[in-house]
Design a binder for this molecule. Structure first.
Ligand code: FAD
Ligand code: DHB
Length: 395
């Protein structure tokens, strides 16, 4: 593949944000190049999010990337909350005017976007780590990267950092221009994949005196489950039987529900953090997705925020390419930050309502249980949760 030395939009990072942006720009006739540090197999197999909001599905459909999602994705109309051995279902369509979510793994979204891009899209280079972006305040910012042992450069009209939380593009913006807000949580998740049909039709979010647990799924034959664990936990320190026993204890509910067990095929521990950096644009460098913001995973927002950022950004680039106006690019940061801060609040709320902190008092626990009781008792409280979970329209 020949890589040009200049492009309109240089995209750093081939995760969901970078790949979807490239697809949307390609469809709008705007040239771009994607540089991804890792190899294709690594990017396609990195186990992460699993829930897509309506707006994310709409975006994938709008650029022809939803054929398999429409065939294989599982449409979910609600979630179940469990606490005090009771369960309560939140029905999304009736509480949100018809919105719903899709269970379709991030790995599959990424595979679909990569296949399309390699078939007919803009250049996408794997194993091409970006080392620096210079000239953010000039008309021609330059990306420095290495590929096949050679140092290379790509000059751009704009550079978009879709390179995740640990990426390098944020560093192209001078310290002092960016303001960050952050919270690190005193617990992590142990996530497992298991070859067993899910023991539920919809996701279960469980509050328990032993800590939080989540039952999700990847397909009718593969379950995805999470357990709250202390920070720094070693995934290998748990036997499979201990994991299943702990999950069973945390999901315990009155009635005859049963958790089915199966072989655990993957496990990892994920730390939890809230983080926002503002503004998301400085000069000709823009940030999108995890490069600009992180949420704890409890509200299933991370991937969806990455998608909504790049939908707004692709519209702004289309306006710039068609008319030469920067109005959309100038408004990008403020437009996205409204939605981002809403998702930050929701993810913090879901996390702190459902997890048990190491120093949690009886008072804190009673507040959590009161909040869960309120959601069960009031359609208004339930609707607040449902609207945030199912996702607000992308604006
Ligand atoms: P990423 O997916 O991080 O993609 C960034 C890409 O940039 C990567 O491919 C990386 O290799 C590449 N890159 C980095 N540095 C460079 C460089 N210097 N040069 C070139 N390329 C570079 N969200 C949920 O909703 N539910 C979950 O269960 C969940 N689990 C998660 C588990 C983990 C371990 C992590 C890290 C995140 C999880 N998330 C989850 C969040 C969700 O997966 C992210 O919000 C989503 O991946 C964001 O997409 P992105 O494209 O912005 O960033
Ligand atoms: C999944 C992850 C989440 O963080 C969540 O809230 C729901 C589902 C998942 O990986 O399936």
């Amino acid at each position: 593949m020949t890589i040009p030395s200049h492009t309109s939009v240089g995209i750093v990072g081939g995760g969901p944000a970078g790949l979807l942006l490239a697809r949307l720009l390609h469809r709008a006739g705007i040239d771009c190049v994607v540089l991804e540090a890792r190899d294709r197999a690594y990017v396609e197999q990195r186990q992460r999010a699993g829930i897509l909001e309506q707006g994310t599905v709409d975006a994938l459909r709008s650029c022809g990337a939803a054929d398999r999602l429409d065939r294989e994705g599982l449409v979910h109309d609600g979630i179940e909350l469990r606490w005090n051995r009771r369960s309560h279902r939140i029905d999304f369509p009736s509480l949100t005017g018809g919105r719903r979510v899709w269970v379709y793994a991030q790995t599959e979204v990424v595979k679909d976007l990569i296949a399309l891009q390699l078939a007919d899209g803009a250049p996408l280079l794997f194993e091409a780590p970006v080392t620096a972006v210079v000239g953010a305040d000039t008309d021609r910012p330059v990306i420095h990267y290495t590929h096949e042992g050679t140092d290379r450069t790509l000059t751009c009209d704009y550079v978009v950092g879709c390179d995740g939380f640990h990426g390098v593009v944020r560093r192209a913006i001078p310290e002092g221009e960016l303001h960050t807000a952050e919270r690190v949580y005193p617990y992590s998740w142990l996530g497992i994949l298991a070859d067993v049909p899910p023991s539920c039709d919809e996701l279960i979010y469980a509050h328990s005196p032993r800590g939080f647990a989540l039952h999700s799924m990847r397909s009718p034959s593969v379950s995805r489950l999470y357990l709250q664990v202390p920070n720094g936990s070693d995934p290998a320190s748990w036997t499979d039987a201990q994991i299943w026993d702990e999950l069973e204890a945390r999901f315990a509910v009155d009635g005859d529900w049963k958790l089915d067990r199966g072989p655990i095929t993957q496990r990892s521990v994920l730390p939890m953090r809230s983080f926002v950096t503002e503004p998301m644009r400085w000069g000709r460098v823009l940030l999108a997705g995890d490069a600009a913001h992180i949420v704890p995973p409890t509200g299933a927002k991370g991937l969806n925020l990455a998608a909504s950022d790049v939908v707004v950004l692709a519209r702004a680039f289309a306006q710039w390419a068609a008319t030469g106006t920067n109005a959309g690019l100038d408004a990008y940061s403020d437009t996205c930050l409204k939605r981002i801060w809403r998702a930050e609040h929701f993810s913090w709320f879901m996390t702190t309502t459902l997890h048990t902190a190491p120093d949690q008092s009886a008072f804190d626990t009673r507040l959590q249980l009161s909040q869960l009781d309120r959601i069960a008792a009031s359609p208004h409280a339930a609707a607040e949760l449902a609207e945030n979970y199912a996702g607000l329209p992308v604006g």
